[in-house]
Design a protein around this ligand. Structure first.
Ligand code: DUC
Ligand code: ZN
Ligand code: ZN
Length: 486
C-alpha cells in the first residue's frame, strides 16, 4: 500500500512497549506498523524516538481570569508553543464567569479557537455559576457537544462554589459519564492569612506562598475526596502541590474511590527560593497553589514514579512580566493584585524527559503515559489519541533523546516575555511533530497550518475496575432519580 506519509527507521515507544518499526499514515490515521513501508512522503527518524504526541491537559489559553486579566497566549501562539513542546493536542479551559451560561461560554471559546490552532484541542468547562438551572438545562448539552470534564473552584471569591453546589456538579457529572475536576484550596485559610499579611505590610510576591499554606490544600483535598465519596462520583484533583495531598489521593485510590490526580512541573522543578528573588522578580514564579520546598519536590517525584498522578500538565497560565500581565497594577502591587500563574506549555515534556527519563527517575513507558496516554484515557480520547496503534489519529512526536538545548524565553515560541526555566540546559527534545498526519513542526521549523487543528469531541470517563463507594445513607438511584415524587 502507498501511504501518504511514512515515518521510517525510528524506535516506537508506547505506554507498554519499545520497538523498531516504520509508521505508515493514510488519511490522517495510522494505517500500518511494519517494515520497509512505502509512502508519498517520508520522514527519516533514524536514531530518534517515535512517541504518541503529547496531550497537554491543563492550560489557560485566550482566557480571562475572574478579576479581568487575560492570558497572553491565544489559540494561535498557544498551540504553536504547545507543538514546539512535543504536543499534538491540548485541552485549555473554557471559563464560565458569573452571569454567563455554559453554552454561551462554549460558543465564546469556539469563536476564539476557530481557524487558529495548529494542533487538535478540546475544552474543560469551568463552572462558577449554577443559577438558572444550568445544571439541568445546559450541562447535558455541553456533554452532548463532547465536553466531558468540568472544573470547579473551592477558593477565589469570584469563582468558588459551595459544598452543596460541588455535590450537585459531582452528582450531575456522574449521571452523564463526565468528570469533575477541582482546584482544592481552603478559601477561608487563604483569605484570613492574606488579610493579616497585607495589614502587616507584607505585600511582596513571596507572601503569596505564605498565604497559601500546605494545610489549605490538604484540608480542601480531604473535603473534596469526602464529597466525591459521598455521591460516588469521579473526581480529578488538579495541580496537587503537597506530599500530604498526594498521600490522600493515594489512600483514596487504595480504598477504591474514583479519585484521579494531576501534578505539574513547577512543583517538581521550582521552589520557594524562586519567589524570594529581589524586587518584583518573584512575581514570575507566583502560581496557585504555590511552589513549595525541596522536600516537597522529592516527595512529589516519588508519587510520580509510583503512579499517584494520572496526569502531568503544565498549568500554562501565561501573564507577561509587564503592564499587560503581572505588573498591571504597577510595580508596587501587593501579592493579591498580581496575576497567578506561569508559562510552561513548551517545557513540560522536555523537563520530564531530561530530568525524568535521562536521569533514570522514570522509564520511557512512564514518560509516554504521563505525557499522553493517561490524559487520553482520563479525558475520554483513547484510542483516538494517546497511542501509536493502527486506526489511531497519526499524532506523533519525534524526539532526539540526546539533543541538548538551553531553555530561553525566545525558544518557547509563545507570546510571553519570560520563562521560569531560563538558562536551564535540558537533554532530549522533540524535533518534529505531526498532528493527524500533517507535519506541524519539521526539524524545529513551524510548518503547520492554523486551520488544521480541530475540536475533538470527547467520550465518557472510563471507570473500569474502580469499585467506588456506596454511602449507606444514600441510594442515589432510588432517592435522587428523575422520578422522585415525594
Ligand atoms: N488555577 C489554575 O488551575 N491555574 C492558574 C491559577 C489557578 O488558580
Ligand atoms: Zn486551579
Ligand atoms: Zn490552571
Amino acid at each position: 500500500m502507498l501511504h501518504d506519509l511514512v515515518i521510517s527507521g525510528g524506535t516506537i515507544v508506547t505506554a507498554t512497549e519499545t520497538y523498531k518499526a516504520d509508521v505508515g499514515i493514510k488519511n490522517g490515521t495510522i494505517q500500518t506498523l511494519g517494515y520497509d513501508l512505502l509512502g508519498s512522503e517520508k520522514i527519516d527518524a533514524s536514531n530518534k524516538l517515535v512517541l504518541p504526541g503529547g496531550i497537554e491537559a491543563h492550560c489557560h489559553i485566550a482566557q480571562e481570569s475572574a478579576t479581568g486579566g487575560v492570558t497572553s497566549d491565544d489559540y494561535r501562539s498557544g498551540s504553536v508553543s504547545a507543538a514546539y513542546g512535543g504536543n499534538t493536542c491540548f485541552i485549555p479551559f473554557a471559563a464560565q464567569h458569573r452571569g454567563m451560561g455554559l453554552l454561551e461560554t462554549l460558543d465564546l471559546y469556539d469563536s476564539r479557537s476557530l481557524n487558529s490552532s495548529v494542533i487538535d484541542f478540546s475544552y474543560h468547562l469551568i463552572i462558577s455559576d449554577l443559577s438558572g438551572n444550568v445544571m439541568e438545562r445546559e450541562f447535558p448539552k455541553a456533554v452532548a457537544r463532547g465536553v466531558t470534564s468540568f472544573k470547579v473552584f473551592m477558593t477565589y471569591d469570584l469563582l468558588k462554589i459551595t459544598d452543596e453546589q460541588f455535590l450537585e456538579v459531582l452528582h450531575t457529572a456522574k449521571e452523564y459519564g463526565a468528570l469533575t475536576m477541582v482546584h482544592a484550596e481552603n478559601s477561608g485559610i487563604i483569605n484570613w492569612v492574606s488579610e493579616k499579611l497585607i495589614k502587616g505590610g507584607h505585600t511582596a510576591p513571596r507572601y503569596h506562598a505564605i498565604s497559601h499554606p500546605a494545610l489549605a490544600e490538604v484540608e480542601a483535598i480531604s473535603r473534596a475526596i469526602m464529597l466525591s465519596k459521598f455521591v460516588d462520583a469521579p473526581l480529578l484533583i488538579v495541580h496537587v502541590s503537597t506530599p500530604a495531598g498526594a498521600n490522600l489521593v493515594r489512600d483514596a485510590r487504595n480504598e477504591g474511590l474514583k479519585i484521579f490526580a494531576e501534578t505539574c512541573p513547577q512543583y517538581l522543578f521550582l521552589n520557594r527560593k524562586d519567589l524570594d528573588r529581589p524586587g518584583m522578580e518573584g512575581a514570575k514564579f507566583m502560581c496557585s497553589p504555590p511552589v513549595r520546598d525541596s522536600e516537597t519536590q522529592e516527595a512529589l517525584w516519588r508519587h510520580l514514579q509510583l503512579g499517584t498522578f494520572d496526569v502531568f500538565s503544565s498549568d500554562h497560565s501565561p501573564y507577561r512580566f509587564d503592564e499587560t500581565g503581572k505588573l498591571s497594577k504597577g510595580v508596587d502591587a501587593t501579592f493579591q493584585q498580581i496575576a497567578n500563574g506561569m508559562p510552561g506549555i513548551a517545557t513540560r515534556l522536555p523537563l520530564l524527559f531530561s530530568e525524568g527519563v535521562n536521569k533514570g527517575r522514570i522509564t520511557l513507558q512512564q514518560f509516554v503515559r504521563l505525557s499522553s496516554t493517561n490524559a487520553a484515557r482520563t479525558y475520554g480520547m483513547l484510542p483516538q489519541k494517546g497511542s501509536i496503534s493502527v486506526g489511531a489519529d497519526a499524532d506523533i512526536a519525534i524526539w532526539d533523546p540526546n539533543l541538548k538545548r538551553v531553555v530561553t524565553a525566545q525558544n518557547q515560541h509563545d507570546a510571553m516575555d519570560y520563562t521560569p526555566y531560563e538558562g536551564l540546559e535540558l537533554t532530549g527534545w522533540p524535533t518534529s511533530v505531526i498532528t493527524r498526519g500533517k507535519p506541524v513542526i519539521m526539524d524545529g521549523q513551524l510548518v503547520g497550518d492554523h486551520s488544521h487543528g480541530k475540536f475533538i469531541a470527547r467520550g465518557k470517563i472510563d471507570l473500569t475496575g474502580i469499585p467506588g463507594h456506596q454511602a449507606l445513607e444514600l441510594d442515589i438511584e432510588k432517592n435522587f432519580g428523575a422520578n422522585l415524587t415525594s
